[in-house]
Ligand binder design. Structure first.
Ligand code: OOG
Ligand code: NI
Length: 420
């Protein structure tokens, strides 16, 4: 659906396929299907229902991202699979943000809330089929197919605005995101992101194919041992929309949908993530990508660039597997890895980075809008967001750690002794 709606997305997929083929790395199967998308919701009810819908697809809310400190009036989570087997099958994630209306001026806030109160972003069948599945522990195939068909409608692009041009303009003046969230019938997918193995090549490839990339690649620098998430995007398209009333006077335009590419690396422990944030805080504001990447590379000399050292310092999560004949005597894990008896591979980071997300949001707004009033209304907390969800908000660190720990439990079983 999205490829048909945004043909440039098809070009982006071609570019990513080419870059991935050129790296010569044999991609894991999941790479071929791997995507993340993003939607922006307007009210708590929508978040609760979307959580129930995604739960039917094995996707749970993981992590909390507050974008309000950087002037983006939303907080967010990402719905994604959490089981290792599901991630290996298809790790599709949806970055899902929720408007923080308390950051708007009272008059506009009332107007926005009134528009949102009147809309229902779900087809009636979605509500009944999700409830049926919850009650019966699943759906028969025909119902499942109908649920997918009807659910798709929620994510579709609508070129008819729900509000008049005047209201749209006022929303847009407050923040371009407010108009994108509240002026339309539903939370259209605003981007779909394939995973690339060499994002530096992709950034150059975009320019060569006439796709203008954002100025910098977000996230950590290029490394021998890639960590977390690096992302780049192309600017949002200007698309025709219609305001109510019809005729030439009703014609308008809206910018929201863009393209993004990501490269994923090793998931970091709390300690590793703290080091990442500390190093990122030392990076001066970026002027261009080349100098930004140079500054990153310099500062990140303090972040060990070998899996062995990252494991030794407890900076990253790894999966371990028996790869040779094991000694009978209990031997430390690092020695087994060094001797090639046990293989060590990085656990892929499955989530997002708030600062990078903010950079992606901002690069795609035609006007950055007013900053949130300072001090911002501090309604954005993990606890408050979690309370809006009918499903437990999962912790990103705990999920990545569990992948490591279960690989160690399996290894110990095979070894027949506990690792010292
Ligand atoms: C979401 C932006 C965040 C990412 O990859 O960090 C995001 C949005 O623009 O709605 O998708
Ligand atoms: Ni994204």
């Amino acid at each position: 659906m999205y490829r048909a709606e945004v043909p440039l997305y098809g070009d982006l997929i071609e570019l990513v396929d080419d870059v991935n083929a050129e790296t010569g790395i044999k991609p894991e199967d999941r790479l071929k299907v791997e995507r993340h998308g993003a939607i922006r919701l307007g009210k708590p009810d929508e978040l609760a229902m979307i959580a129930r819908l995604f739960a039917q697809m094995g996707m749970e809310p993981v992590g909390y991202y507050d974008l309000s400190p950087v002037g983006v009036p939303v907080h967010a989570t990402a719905f994604r699979p959490t089981l290792r087997s599901s991630l290996a099958y298809n790790p599709f994630r949806v970055f899902t943000s929720l408007l923080l209306p308390e950051l708007l001026e009272p008059e506009l806030r009332a107007e926005v809330e009134a528009v949102l109160a009147k809309r229902d972003i779900f087809q009636p069948e979605v509500r009944t089929l999700v409830a049926k599945s919850e009650a019966e522990g699943g759906l028969v195939e025909a119902d499942a197919a109908l649920l997918v068909e009807k659910a798709l409608d929620t994510f579709r692009w609508h070129d008819a605005a729900l509000v008049t041009r005047d209201v749209y303009d006022r929303m847009h003046d407050a923040h371009a995101l407010v108009a994108d969230i509240a002026a339309f019938k539903g939370p259209h997918i605003n981007h779909l992101t394939p995973r690339v193995l060499d994002i530096d090549a992709a950034q150059e490839g975009m320019s060569r194919r006439g796709i203008t990339p954002k100025t910098i690649i977000e996230g950590p620098p290029r490394r021998a041992c890639e960590i977390l998430l690096r992302q780049t995007s192309f600017q949002a398209l200007t698309e025709p929309i219609n305001f109510p009333g019809g005729g030439a006077a009703a014609a308008g335009s809206h910018r929201a949908r863009f393209g993004e590419i990501e490269q994923r690396g090793c998931a970091l422990t709390r300690k590793g993530h703290a080091l990442y944030l500390e190093l990122m805080s030392q990076i001066p504001a970026a002027v261009d990508n080349a100098s930004h990447q140079k500054a990153l590379a310099k500062v990140f000399e303090k972040f060990p660039d070998s899996w062995e050292e990252m494991a030794a310092q407890g900076l990253g999560y790894f999966e371990y597997a028996l790869a040779g004949a094991a000694p009978a005597e209990p031997t430390p894990l690092a020695e087994l890895v060094a001797a090639g008896v046990v293989s060590q591979s990085p656990v892929t980071y499955e989530d997002f980075l708030p600062a990078s997300a903010a950079g992606i949001f901002q690069s795609n707004l035609d006007s950055p809008g007013k900053r949130s009033p300072s001090p911002p209304a501090r309604n954005a907390t993990r606890e408050k967001f979690a309370a809006l969800l009918p499903i437990e908000l999962r912790d990103s660190f705990a999920l990545h750690e569990e992948i490591q720990e279960s690989s160690i439990r399996k290894l110990e079983q095979q070894l027949g002794w506990k690792l010292p």
